[in-house]
Design a protein around this ligand. Structure first.
Ligand code: ZN
Length: 402
């Protein structure tokens, strides 16, 4: 840490420090004594002293707890409410609803101001937590950017596209069309088309020669024996015509991690993480440089947006790393190789002689072999999880004590 970065003590202005040390919600009002409103004292609001919550453990079901009296004798339970100072320095107990009813707009303003203090205190605590966790998140990003695992991702895809080009192109098309199924294209004879085109040739020849077509000879045969001969002649004619083919698809299984091949996928982990690191560095320097009074709501909103951006990029990078891990699973590579062996394109296969060998895929013709390095793993970082938790912490769930 450089010398100009304020530590927590320097980070907090005196008033923010005082706010952090102030209890804004107490769980017992016993110290305030009876809190009765003397008869005849006008109900004129001055300020909220403190919010209290005396809800017994077990919440609302614990109906045996005594109700607490309020300044206006309204008979509600008043387990939660405010200690309010009225004109004349008299302290009384007031609930939210009866405060509105009897103390009017002044009470609403007082409550708004009190909520603003609570929010400010809550955000200060969030800032302190971010300040203490963020350096670890930056280090985690730095080591992820430099990690062999992340480099292995880029290398794998590059080799797949370069050295297994015909296969990877065909595979990408195929799994995209079928949303992740390995559909092997099989070239099979198309009897219907062969028959139809033979009929056309037959009719054309009959017209040119002024004879009866072979087809018509069947339908107009006067005896079964003649008909049988005509059918044989027709079959011979059809098989003498050039063959026609069609493609049939055979489902070889599902392809795990097929989204890896989707060009619309997120950028590779290396670029996501580099961008996240850049943003995180900027956030870290702001967190260290700025004093608490420089963190007002607009800047806090921007900070949260920036931190969210870092976390999103991290999450996306990890997701891609998980996808490549699935894609290169042993059973998946075996299924892909089986698909590649069965797939026919035009008159031939896909142009590569591919086999699976454990988690590796190999091309027997070119001797290319591709696999993730041994020990490949998806990075993890506790710091990122903690930052995520701090960012998403809800006011209600964060004890508002000092
Ligand atoms: Zn009341």
């Amino acid at each position: 840490m450089d010398d100009e970065s304020p530590n927590d003590a320097q980070f907090l202005t005196p008033s923010d420090k005082e706010l952090l040390n102030t209890e804004l919600k107490i769980t017992s009002t016993a110290e305030f004594g009876t809190l009765d409103r003397p008869e005849g004292l006008p109900a004129k609001f001055r300020r909220i002293v403190v919010r209290y919550d005396e809800t017994p453990k077990g919440g609302k079901k614990a109906g045996h707890n005594p109700h607490l009296d309020c300044a206006f004798q309204c008979h509600a339970k008043h387990w939660r409410g405010f200690i309010v100072e009225l004109e004349g320095e008299q302290l009384v107990r007031v609930g939210k609803d009866c405060g509105h009813k009897h103390l009017g707009a002044d009470f609403q303003r007082g409550m708004n101001a009190y909520s603003a203090l609570e929010t400010r205190k809550f955000e200060l605590r969030r800032l302190l937590a971010l300040r203490s966790e963020f350096p670890a998140a930056v280090s985690a990003l730095k080591s992820a950017v430099a990690s062999a695992n992340v480099a292995a991702f880029d290398r794998y895809l590059a080799v797949l596209r370069r050295e297994f080009a015909p296969m990877s192109r065909e595979l990408a098309d195929s799994v995209r069309r079928s949303s992740g199924r390995l559909m092997a294209a099989k070239r099979v004879r198309d009897g219907e088309r062969e028959e139809a085109s033979a009929r056309m040739v037959d009719a054309r020849e009959a017209r040119a020669n002024g004879t009866m077509s072979r087809w018509k000879s069947i339908t107009e045969a006067p005896t079964p024996a003649i008909r049988e001969r005509a059918v044989r002649a027709w079959k011979n004619f059809v098989s003498s015509q050039p063959p026609a083919y069609k493609i049939e698809y055979v489902d070889v299984g599902s392809c795990d991690g097929w989204k890896l091949l989707d060009p619309k996928q997120a950028p590779p982990p290396s670029s996501l993480l580099s961008a996240a690191l850049l943003k995180a560095d900027e956030v870290a320097s702001q967190l260290l440089r700025r004093r608490s009074d420089e963190w007002q709501s607009a800047r806090i909103v921007q900070l949260k947006k920036d931190v969210r951006e870092v976390l999103d990029a991290w999450a996306k990078a990890l997701a891609s790393m998980r996808v490549i891990d699935q894609f290169t699973g042993e059973a998946n590579i075996a299924a892909i190789a089986s698909w590649a062996q069965q797939t026919e394109k035009d008159a031939a296969g896909i142009g590569q002689n591919v086999i699976a060998s454990g988690r590796a895929i190999a091309d027997l013709d070119s001797a290319s072999k591709l696999e993730l390095p041994v020990g490949f793993e998806v990075p993890t970082a506790r710091a990122m999880e903690r930052i995520d938790e701090i960012l998403n912490r809800k006011f209600e769930l964060w004890d508002s004590g000092p």
